[in-house]
Design a protein around this ligand. Structure first.
Ligand SMILES: *Cc1c(COP(=O)(O)O)cnc(C)c1O
Length: 405
């Protein structure tokens, strides 16, 4: 770490660049990358002291690596949390929170609008260990209240949600959680701390898939958990034992990614807003889901708790013969030539996908219907290309539906 102490009360923009700077002994300006599995000691006595925890210092990169630590401290500063523990992926981070503190008989209350794999974690794995999960609608606070049980330990929500960009009321969910002695976990993947800081809004734990916007250029997988020291001690203990460790190289890439986080998130937001507003006026587009639009039901809530609306939007297509099916969505997607056909998001490159057959393809038809994933739904994670080039690409999609200018 840099030996100079940072001034107090820095902005998110500054913290993303300056928090937890890590230098080599040569005083490299760019963050130091420690690609090493273990660390050496001056003596046997020092090794013993490190293992006993009586002397601070690195031991083994499964649970202590300076580059990973620097990423953790920077993300903790950005989220305004006491501590952060990094993981090999977002799913490893989510799994760790649950494994670290749940026991058979415990209950999770979760939004139905979820990253598909989190759903699989609930149904296939947590259930096996006697942990029950109840799914409720993200915006129906009465459902959340009614589903609380004495055994409820966590409320879990992603906001804005994927792919419909629904928004959860974080302060309201936090008070429901706290009234029942439970904790609120927010997956902050879509906004990042550049646009939303859930801990300041009352949440207890923040989850990240660093794979998305924290990297920002689609290079590495990673994840993180941020929260109070006591909770993070449990999560860290689990990491040390279970070993889903973030690699130092990936942590270094994320440190570089964080340096441009604020700029990128605001640029993603303005490109997405321009795209959403334009799509809304196109024949062939039935409905656009994006909280940045003033007529979106989540607009005022999102404006209250976010400083930008993010880069992800979705829309329902209809062809010139009135068909609103999977074929229409696929024809639209296949006619594009610029945007990438891939399910990933959080990249400077715009991506397009059909949620019903990719990210949410494993859901049963009934679950898809309840989650609002229709067959004619297309998700766009708007990147940082020129907006006119992006619109031109969407026009290719519209032309394939029978709408040419
Ligand atoms: C991608 C994603 C995850 C999982 O992250 P991985 O890094 O792919 O494991 C979790 N939550 C949300 C909202 C995501 O988009």
């Amino acid at each position: 770490m840099s030996k100079r102490r940072l001034p107090e009360n820095l902005s998110v923009e500054t913290l993303a660049i300056r928090a937890a700077e890590l230098r080599t002994d040569e005083m490299s300006h760019s963050e130091a990358l420690f690609l090493t599995s273990s660390f050496v000691y001056e003596s046997a006595a020092q090794a013993a002291a490190r293992f006993a925890g009586t002397e601070p210092g690195n031991i083994y990169s499964r649970f202590s690596n300076p580059t990973v630590r620097s990423f953790e401290e920077r993300l903790a500063a950005l989220e305004g949390g006491e501590q952060c523990v990094a993981f090999a992926s977002g799913m490893a981070a989510i799994t760790a929170v649950f494994m670290a503190s749940l026991k058979p008989g415990d209950h999770i209350l979760s939004s139905r609008s979820l990253f598909g794999t989190t759903h699989v974690l609930y149904e296939k794995y947590l259930r096996k260990f006697g942990i029950e999960v109840t799914l409720v609608d993200i915006d129906d606070l009465d459902q959340w209240r009614a589903a609380m049980r004495p055994e409820t330990r966590f409320l879990f929500v992603e906001t804005p949600s994927n792919p419909l960009a629904e928004v959860a009321d974080i302060p309201a969910l936090a008070s429901i959680a706290h009234e029942g002695n439970a904790k609120l976990i927010v997956d902050n993947c879509f906004c990042t701390p550049a646009l939303q800081r859930p801990l300041q809004l009352g949440a207890d734990i923040v989850i990240h898939s660093a794979t998305k916007y924290l990297d920002g250029q689609g290079r590495c997988l990673g994840g993180a958990v941020v929260g109070q020291a006591q909770d993070m001690a449990e999560v860290y203990g689990y990491l040390r034992t279970a070993g889903a460790t973030l690699s130092a190289f990936n942590a270094w890439v994320f440190l570089k990614g964080l340096e441009t986080l604020s700029l990128r998130m605001h640029a993603h937001s303005s490109n997405a807003l321009a795209m959403a507003a334009w799509l809304q006026t196109q024949p062939g587009v039935k409905r656009v889901h994006y909280a940045g639009l003033t007529d979106n039901p989540y607009h005022s809530l999102a404006a209250r708790q976010q400083s930008g609306f993010g880069g992800v939007l979705s829309f329902e297509v209809v062809d010139s013969e009135g068909k609103e099916d999977r074929q229409a969505a696929w024809r639209f997607i296949d006619a594009t030539r610029l945007v990438s056909i891939t399910a990933n998001l959080g990249d400077v490159k715009t991506t397009i996908t059909h949620p019903g057959s990719t990210t949410h393809g494993r859901l049963a038809d009934e679950d898809k219907r309840r989650a609002g994933i229709s067959e004619n739904l297309v998700r766009l994670a708007v990147g940082l290309e020129g907006i006119e080039d992006l619109k031109a690409d969407m026009r290719r999609g519209l032309a394939a539906l029978g709408f040419s200018e």
